[in-house]
Design a protein around this ligand. Structure first.
Ligand code: NAD
Length: 324
């Protein structure tokens, strides 16, 4: 009854969520093709190495494991890569999700929590961004996630599939209790790149310092991975209680510029961050900050990590242990 399928559970956010689902009394069953995740992130007894495209195998797994709900992380998630190779993103993220949704329908599984993203808002008119702001992605990655949100809307109306889309802002930090942190390869996220620069002495690149922001660098809302994982547990519980389909922002409501994060990394590590200023990256909006009021009100969710310094401290500890 409490068995949930977690796609992409060998990845960063998925693996931390598996840990928190277990703590909340769920039995997670993981599907991952290991294209971007790590075998070492998941207990081997839970892991099924499958691709989202394998509809028939997903149906069999859902039926044999009596899956009651799905938490769907599996996707490609690098903005710049999506601009270079849009087809890869529409194929993996949209066609992959359609295959999963068809499998759910065949197996009679009717609850889904979906990993969406702040990238669905594109370049917002103002920040903080509420959920009813215009949805106008500026890169194929964001568009691929919005397409899946729209498909979910139709499946709710036509087939009664209930889903909660969580629009994450910038996931970051490590869950030290779970022993899990960010290990993307190649890494594209700011905090691990800055920590890597501290460790190796190889300069990190700040992509653009001519944005219309206070110091010219991009502003993002950094949400700790443990707080994100908790939001998934709460969303699943809400679906079981009969919650309606909806989309929620998951962020702290506070923004930090790239240079502010860089200074915070220097304060946490006690070392200067070697860096250089590079050109803007295509598809990067100047400022993305969540209005998380809807999630807080609906699920009594509150982020435990609200200070960028504390978030970076968890990532730094993970990074040091990993390279010890
Ligand atoms: N990291 C962030 O800041 C962020 C922000 C917003 C949204 N998201 C979304 O959250 C989800 C997880 O992100 P993450 O940072 O943990 O990424 P990740 O790359 O660490 O994890 C994704 C996992 O999905 C797996 N996967 C990809 N395509 C698959 C397929 N076709 N079949 C089976 N497995 C497949 C990968 O192997 C990987 O383990 C993604 O959907 C991403 O779009 C992430």
């Amino acid at each position: 009854m409490r068995k949930v399928l977690v796609t992409g559970g060998a990845g960063y956010i998925g693996a931390v969520t598996v840990h928190h689902l277990l703590q909340a009394g769920y039995e997670p069953v993981v599907v991952d093709n290991l294209s971007r995740g790590h075998r070492h992130n998941v207990d081997a007894r839970r892991l099924h190495v499958l691709d989202l495209a394998e509809t028939g195998a997903l149906v069999e797994l859902m039926q044999s494991e009596s899956i009651s709900a799905v938490v769907h992380f599996a996707a490609f998630a690098a903005v710049a890569e999506s601009v270079e190779n849009p087809g890869l993103y529409f194929s993996n993220n949209v066609a992959g999700s359609i295959s999963l949704l068809r499998a759910m329908e065949q197996a009679g599984v009717r609850h889904l929590v979906f990993s969406s993203t702040a990238a669905v808002y594109g370049t917002p008119d103002s920040v903080p961004i509420p959920e009813d702001a215009p949805l106008a992605p500026v890169n194929p990655y964001g568009e691929s996630k919005l397409m899946v949100e729209k498909i979910l809307g139709w499946l709710d109306r036509c087939r009664g599939l209930r889903s909660i889309s969580l629009r994450y802002f910038n996931a970051c930090g490590a869950d030290l209790e779970a022993g899990l942190g960010e290990e993307h390869e190649p890494e594209t996220h700011l905090i691990p790149l800055l920590l890597r620069a501290v460790r190796t002495g190889q300069p990190a690149t700040v992509y653009g310092n001519d944005y219309p922001t206070s110091d010219g660098t991009c502003i993002r809302d950094y949400i700790h991975v443990t707080d994100l994982a908790q939001a998934h547990v709460l969303a699943l519980q809400a679906l079981r209680r009969g919650a309606s389909s909806a989309a929620y922002n998951v962020g702290t409501g506070k923004g930090h510029s790239v240079l502010e994060v860089l200074r915070a990394v220097e304060s946490v590590t006690g070392q200067s961050v070697p860096h250089q200023i590079g050109p803007r990256r295509p598809g990067d909006p100047p400022s993305l900050v969540a209005d998380p009021a809807r999630l807080k009100a609906a699920f009594s969710w509150t982020p435990r990590y609200t200070k960028i310094h504390d978030i970076i401290a968890t990532a730094w500890e993970f990074e040091r242990k990993r390279n010890a």
